[in-house]
Design a protein around this ligand. Structure first.
Ligand code: FES
Ligand SMILES: [Fe+2]
Length: 404
């Protein structure tokens, strides 16, 4: 007689999270079992993930592939104008269907047994179908769809039916997204840089305005600390730091000071959103910024517990004139994996990863923290803005706080 299989208890069900709400255990950056739990509770959990911007697949029949942690996904801009998301796996025996990062295709053919799918993920043809079981219906064997919704051209996907509607998930972040996506999100792709850091993806996403002028020398040229800035933290753990920067006219280091120019702001009369810099963390793992005039989307894609691929995606407005395009491209020298700002981030994240097995066991967020505070209240240069997200993470993972 077959015995029913019983699921083994997961020791992580009893994991004790630190009692102090401003502390995070270092081991969440390095424990393999915690990473595996993230795959089910977070990456397949009730959250949305930024997977692309329409600028990356602007034409009908363009596609992009990417990953939701260990799950490869395929985004297709259909001939009907709708962008859809699918598991990037053939519905037959599970071979990854598309391996190119981006491209243009009317249909997708699996190389193994040549099943053919269309731009809406429908199975169109399969060789030797007459030998399939009676009743085999191609309509039942399309690509597995993902929930897929858009805001300002950003394409979000979710593996979970329990994720709230996207507009609810983003509530409070809309003005900041408008700022970094140049108002209407009508963008064109300038290009990519891809880098790998030897650090957990959550170290990358914990951004704060505290370190900005301290770690990044070049941010002092922009007068980050002196600017009038603010930080918005939303109920779903997104954060947006916005600053009115006043770049120095003479850094003593740059031969070409136009690198620091707010050209779009000058054109707009020096006022308004174009004169602001914004750095957003769209939870769980995407950073979107407009440093001076250059919007950048950074997808932090986990490749295991201690390795993260960062896809730097540089964009411009679709209606930019040639001079503005050149200017935005030049400003990619300001912020990027081999630019004035950002190498230092990778260096400190790598060092944090190396030191996860150290005492004290927890990291601490202290800048701007007051016991009992509303965790959504943070100033421009505070680090507490990350705590709302950490509390969401703790709850998604099913971790209870330990006794104080
Ligand atoms: S696995 Fe794709 S056609 Fe067989
Ligand atoms: Fe940084």
């Amino acid at each position: 007689m077959d015995m029913p299989l019983r699921a083994l208890p997961d020791p992580l069900d009893d994991y004790a999270w630190p009692a102090a709400e401003n502390e995070v255990p270092k081991e969440v950056f390095s424990r393999e079992d915690i990473y595996r739990r993230e795959l089910t509770h977070l990456f397949a959990g009730p959250v949305w993930h930024v997977a692309a911007h329409r600028a990356e697949l602007p034409q009908r029949n363009d596609f992009k592939t990417t990953w939701l942690a260990e799950t490869p996904i395929l985004l297709i801009h259909g001939a009907d104008g709708v962008v859809r998301g699918f598991h990037n796996a053939c519905a037959h025996r599970g071979v990854m269907l598309e391996t190119r990062r981006r491209g243009h295709a009317q249909e997708f053919e699996c190389p193994y047994h040549r099943w053919l799918f269309d731009d809406q993920g429908r199975l169109r043809a399969c060789p030797a179908e007459r030998d399939f079981p009676p009743g085999f219906d191609k309509a039942d064997h399309g690509l597995a769809p993902l929930r897929c919704e858009e805001f300002l051209g950003l394409i979000f996907v979710s593996l979970s039916d329990a994720a709230p509607p996207l507009r609810e998930y983003l509530r409070g972040l809309e003005p900041s997204l408008e700022l970094v996506l140049m108002g209407d999100g009508d963008c064109q792709l300038l290009g990519y840089h891809k880098t790998v850091i030897d650090a957990n993806w959550k170290l990358y996403r914990d951004n704060d305005g505290y370190h900005t002028p301290l770690l990044h020398k070049a941010f002092t040229w922009l007068n980050w600390h002196g600017g009038k800035g603010s930080q918005v933290v939303t109920e779903h753990g997104h954060l947006a730091v916005t600053a009115d920067l006043k770049p120095l006219s003479d850094t003593g280091a740059l031969h070409d000071p136009s690198l620091l120019e707010f050209k779009a702001a000058i054109r707009a009369g020096g006022e308004g959103p174009q004169a602001k810099t914004g750095v957003l963390v769209v939870s769980p793992g995407t950073l979107i910024s407009k440093a001076l005039d250059l919007p950048i989307i950074r997808y932090a894609l986990p490749k295991g517990v201690n390795r993260t691929e960062i896809h730097w995606t540089f964009i411009a407005h679709r209606k930019d004139d040639p001079e503005m395009l050149r200017h935005r491209i030049r400003q990619a020298n300001m912020m990027g994996p081999s630019a004035m700002i950002s190498l230092e981030d990778a260096a400190v994240f790598n060092r944090a990863q190396k030191a996860t097995a150290t005492q004290p066991p927890n990291t601490r967020f202290v800048k701007g923290y007051r016991p009992g505070m509303d965790l959504t209240q943070a100033g421009q240069n505070d680090e507490v803005g990350n705590l709302a997200w950490w509390d969401i993470y703790r709850r998604l993972m099913g971790f209870e706080r330990g006794a104080a």
